[in-house]
Unconditional design. Sequence first.
Length: 336
Amino acid sequence: MFAIDADGKLQGELAHHYAWNGPVLSLYLRKDVRFHDGSLLTSKDVTKSLRKLVAYPAYARSYRHVEHIQSNGPFQVDITLDQQRHSLLPKLATIHTSISKDDVGTGPFQLTRNDPKKTILSAFPNYYGIRALLDRIEFLQMPDAYDPVYRTSRSDSGETDTIATQSGFGLVFLNPRPGGPFERPEARHYIHRLIAAIRPAIQSLNERGFPNDRGFLEQFSSVHPLPEGPTVLFTQPLRIKLTDFTDKVTRWLCETFDAHGIPYEFVPIGFKASITDFHAFETIDLAVHAEVFERNLPVAFHQFLTNDFSPPAKMFRQMPEMNKWIDRYDETPFED
């Protein structure tokens, strides 16, 4: 519906403007917007797409304040909340709120090929905005041994440039599951100290990796104090999640466990299952998680804490005090 920049400024996309009437947010849609199949976008398409979103189990908590969504004429959608909440607007500018119809969107590129060898996106000639300069983009499926970087080449020069991937952050989750080794705070504190000791060497593993002893919200974050405590003897192995996306850093971390005689065992989980299987985390003690934020950090942070695709949401079920903070965050005006 909208686009949002790093400063939190909203701009209309599929919705050219909005208005509040008490707890009802009215979205006014652009006219003559076409899906990639050629059909025109209407309020019924938007209503159906948003209803599907708020009913999806993984996003139920993020949109728990939405009570009703309905069409009001061909170009107006009314969203009724429990009260007027400006925090809903930036959510409508995030990737997962994209509007689609039968898996077809309205964006500047349309999918024209997708198989195990290649994915091709072609410029959509009827895009409502500015037509893309590129006619098409091709993604080649490469073996795992290749470097995960994006490269471009110009046929007229033969030169190749490297484009940096998006920035993000990495977290180590110590899951205090019932009966697990991290149920004891002193065990979590001990592992925290071991990780802090090797953290400055992270660039030896990845030149784009930077050690971080604070939260991941840049200027909003403060330093995490290093907890004190004794050395802990583990009588049961740590069950460590192992997935392709974080395989390298996970094994690097386990070298420290080997050096300190800490027993562990890997629990291989595929990348897709690690995101979509909401029960996989219940038997895991330690997981290395990598996250890429969208452009606006406060909005992405809220999504990270409330949608069930994210490991924190799974852990917060055991931490009632965190839910109180999330509720306060959700009730704070977005500009604050």
